[in-house]
Ligand binder design. Structure first.
Ligand SMILES: *Cc1c(COP(=O)(O)O)cnc(C)c1O
Length: 353
């Protein structure tokens, strides 16, 4: 399929690296394509970024049949533009689509669409340390009947946002609230899909955590409130003495690409890194026995987010004295080093645009 390109006649001024924040500024163009029952996915085009026109009855507004992805394009130290393991995002997008009854996309075509759009917006890829061009592909249902059923019409869009360093003041360990009551996802539900509704469901707990002075929620499993699942919209890792552990993919956990990359890096360094069940009691017991050395979240936005403190039922513990752990630091430096071409891409993780 040929991607039609219509360029803007009114390009926007690009903000300086200090004013970017996360997902507040969008580039000049966006990618759109449509799906209909007879044509399948069709009419791929790049057009000036701007509002969409949708009927109020559009299914996505009522029943949240919608999925998304999140990935980044990086400016390397020698001026190239590279994506980090984009095929894994595209495979995950199709798995999310399958779970939400959205028709699959051709992975090679999606990669071509992402690369074509990023190439059009190449000058928007920032180069200051810690900055990147965030890529947000998403798909939603457009049918205009209120019956609950898988839609027959969809839109697939890609929008781009230059984002600032997640760590304006340097990498900073955060305080995390262990949520005792609300849950994010349950096995058999949609937790392993990047489905829009999952995030609305998590807002209530996030609001409480922030009101009590914490940065994020640590989610426990929905059935027993015992097993650790994720931290906010990040996967979570603990270092117990020299073993690094992360919750196994149980069906309610989002399989993060940074999670997978961290496991692969640790194993390549000879660090024992396991995927298994982890109870919140085990975390607190290990802390009491002096065996909990580090904890951190992983995700595309922050890469590595060290956890300095956990609060569970009025029992607050400090991890590694609230300081960045040695492995968290090494993982952050290595991943960002590969992404920006400062370190060799030994695993073939970069895909140049
Ligand atoms: C996107 C996401 C992650 C992290 O995935 P990455 O591919 O590593 O960015 C983790 N948990 C949730 C709930 C997410 O939505």
């Amino acid at each position: 399929m040929e991607i039609a390109i219509r360029l803007t006649t009114a390009p926007k001024a690009k903000p300086g690296p200090e004013n970017l924040g996360f997902g507040r500024v969008f580039t000049d163009h966006m990618f759109i394509m449509d799906y209909g029952p007879s044509q399948g996915w069709h009419d791929p085009r790049i057009v000036p970024y701007g509002p969409l026109s949708l009927e109020p009855a559009a299914a996505v507004f009522h029943y949240a049949q919608a999925v998304f992805e999140g990935m980044k394009a990086f400016r390397t130290v020698d001026g190239r533009v590279a994506l980090f393991r984009p095929r894994l995002n595209i495979e995950r997008l199709n798995r999310s689509c399958d779970r939400m009854c959205i028709p699959a996309l051709d992975p090679d075509f999606v990669l071509q669409a992402i690369k074509t759009l990023v190439d059009v917006e190449r000058d928007w890829v920032p180069s200051a340390p810690g900055t990147a061009l965030y890529i947000r592909p998403f798909i939603f249902a457009c049918d205009t009947v209120l019956g609950v059923h898988p839609a027959q019409t969809y839109k697939f869009l890609i929008i781009l946002s230059p984002v600032g360093s997640y760590y304006a003041q340097g990498m900073n360990p955060v305080s995390i609230y262990v949520e005792p009551e609300y849950v994010r996802a349950v096995r058999g539900g949609t937790g392993e899909a990047k489905a829009a509704g999952n995030y609305a469901a998590g807002l209530k707990a996030q609001q409480t955590a922030v009101a009590e002075g914490h940065a994020q929620v640590l989610w426990l499993d929905a059935l027993e409130r015992r097993y650790v699942e994720e931290v906010g919209a990040m996967n979570v890792f603990f270092r117990f003495d020299d073993e690094v552990a992360t919750p196994e993919l149980s069906g309610s956990i989002l399989p993060g690409i940074v999670r997978r990359s961290v496991l692969e890096l640790l194993r390549s360094w000879g660090v024992p890194a396991v995927e298994r069940k982890i109870t919140i009691d085990e975390v607190y017991t290990a802390h009491a026995e002096g065996r909990l050395k580090e904890a951190f979240g992983t995700g595309t936005a922050a890469v590595i987010s060290p956890i300095g403190q956990l609060a569970w039922r009025n029992n607050v513990i400090s991890i590694n004295g609230g300081q960045i752990g040695e492995l968290a630091r090494q993982l952050y430096d290595t991943l960002t080093g590969i992404q920006t071409g400062r370190l060799p891409d030994e695993f073939g993780w970069l895909e140049e645009v």
